[in-house]
Design a protein around this ligand. Structure first.
Ligand code: BES
Ligand code: ZN
Ligand code: ZN
Length: 479
């Protein structure tokens, strides 16, 4: 889809859906900038209410009026843009032209851009009929030249998110552990970061016991990918490491998923990995002056012939032992090896993203990301604020010692499940044992996948985490 700026007030025609963003503040002046097509027409106050959607005639064509309420936020503008895109496609328009007079700023232009692209996203790879949405162009009425940069940035961020969505939506029959590594390498070539892929024998020689244990029930080998983006003179000498859970499909293994239909969307269990890959695409395109490494342990989790079983004791990459009491708690097994491996880089900060627990879905649903962290307060604050800005909001759960008691094993150093309560936290507590650096864990189990259409986040893979990570790293660059 093309994103353009226009200096002249947009005009409706049979291909063009003119959309006016109406706020309480611009309501009074609205008639002035509407021009001759609308003479005699006056907006009513309730058109400007946040969420209001009204179709009015513009000459012999249509004008969509979207209310943004009073002092609209970036998220209000993203949501309004999503509505405009959906309406344009519903009525089969080719072009959408947005007028957001008086109040439009470059950051609103960025929000409109990213939301327009994300809202128009479709995953058509496996459709015989590849009829795409009719909408192929969005024009934003903005007078100043500095909006161009905002459009460019919005395009980059939306495209990075789409790369992530494409990976999440790909089924495991194609997106195996080897394939996610290959795709990362391909994207690395395209966007400008390096990717080193380890195969099974390398993983064996490094004794990544957690990753190998989860892989035992699979016919297909695991992979471990190392992504690197290193500008010449980065602001950080020690890298920021992003670790993504890459379970390309989670059946639960021998502790087969007990909840009806819960397996249906378990191709999304590599959404953490996809977020890391997408973020690297964005960071590299924006040429952020930040040194970033991505680590992606990948495998499927299946109940095959030689699958690891409850009761097994696994020796992990760092030499510690884990008693497996549920093979469905596999994410922490593979992440633990990656987190322990991250130590050797002497990282400034490690952030892992994982569709880790159903418990986090119970706690916060798909509305936000559950954070657990050992990083200093200012670092957590930066992430929280980045989350507010891009509306991928982060809420912190505690890592109190008592939760550590719940994962004590009788026969090994730790067990891979806790008790009935605090499932998201005992998972985080398990991961903490494999870290000795400032660390942030983000459980994205709820937000990674949407069963129903959700504004510009769409349906199915949402690409959650990509915009958050890019925003956070961008703030780190200028710090
Ligand atoms: N991949 C799942 C978590 C998940 C749930 C992701 C819902 C997306 C949506 C994870 O591997 C898992 O199965 N976790 C178990 C852990 C339990 C056995 C301790 C869970 O949360 O039920
Ligand atoms: Zn599982
Ligand atoms: Zn899983």
């Amino acid at each position: 889809m093309d994103l353009l700026l226009t200096q002249t007030f947009p005009k409706a025609d049979e291909n063009v859906l003119l959309t006016v963003f109406l706020t309480k503040e611009n309501l009074e002046d609205a008639n002035d900038w509407l021009g001759t097509d609308f003479s005699g027409f006056s907006f009513q106050e309730d058109y400007a209410t946040n969420g209001a959607k009204t179709l009015i005639p513009a000459g012999s064509f249509l004008c969509l009026v979207l209310g943004l309420g009073e002092k609209p936020s970036q998220e209000t503008v993203r949501k309004a843009t999503a509505k405009a895109v959906a309406t344009a496609n519903e009525y089969k328009f080719k072009s959408l032209q947005i007028a957001f007079p008086e109040q439009i700023t470059p950051s609103f232009t960025l929000s409109i851009t990213e939301s327009a692209i994300l809202s128009n996203y479709q995953f058509l790879t496996y459709k015989s009929d590849k009829t795409a949405n009719t909408l192929a162009e969005v024009k934003i009425w903005a007078k100043e030249k500095n909006h161009k940069q905002a459009v460019e940035k919005g395009i980059i961020i939306a495209n990075a998110t789409i790369e992530s969505r494409n990976l999440v939506n790909e089924p495991v029959i194609t997106l195996t552990a080897e394939e996610i590594a290959n795709r990362a390498a391909k994207l690395g070539n395209q966007y400008g970061f390096s990717v080193d892929i380890w195969n099974k024998s390398k993983i064996q020689s490094l004794k990544m016991g957690g990753l190998l244990a989860v892989n035992m029930g699979s016919k297909l080998p695991p992979t471990f990918s190392i992504l690197e983006y290193k500008p010449e003179k980065p602001v950080n000498e020690q890298p920021i490491i992003l670790v993504g859970k890459g379970v390309v499909f989670d059946t639960g293994g021998l502790s087969l998923k007990p909840t009806p239909n819960s397996m249906d969307f378990m191709k999304c269990d590599m959404a953490g990995a996809a977020a890391v890959i997408g973020a690297l695409c964005g960071v590299a395109t924006l040429k952020l002056n930040v040194y970033v490494i991505g680590l992606i342990p990948a495998t499927d989790n299946r109940p095959g012939e030689n699958a690891y079983v409850p009761g097994d004791v696994i020796t992990m990459y760092n030499g510690s032992t884990v008693e497996v009491l549920n093979t469905d708690a596999e994410g922490r097994m593979i992440l633990a090896d990656a987190l322990a491996y991250a130590k050797q880089y002497n990282p400034e900060l490690v952030i892992d993203l994982a569709t880790l627990t159903g418990a986090s879905v119970v706690a916060i649903g798909g509305v936000g990301l559950a954070m657990m962290s050992t990083a200093e307060e200012p670092v957590k604050k930066q992430l929280r604020e980045a989350g507010e800005r891009v509306y991928e909001r982060v809420i912190e759960f505690p890592l109190w010692d008592e939760y550590g008691e719940m994962i004590k094993s009788d026969i090994a150093d730790v067990k891979n499940i806790g008790g009935a309560g605090a499932g998201a936290i005992t998972a985080g507590k398990f991961l903490q044992k494999f870290t000795d650096y400032p660390w942030i864990h983000l459980d994205i189990a709820g937000a990674a996948w949407s069963q129903t259409p959700d504004s510009y986040r769409g349906k199915n893979g949402t690409g959650i985490g990509v915009r958050l990570l890019i925003e956070f790293l961008q703030a780190r660059e200028i710090q």
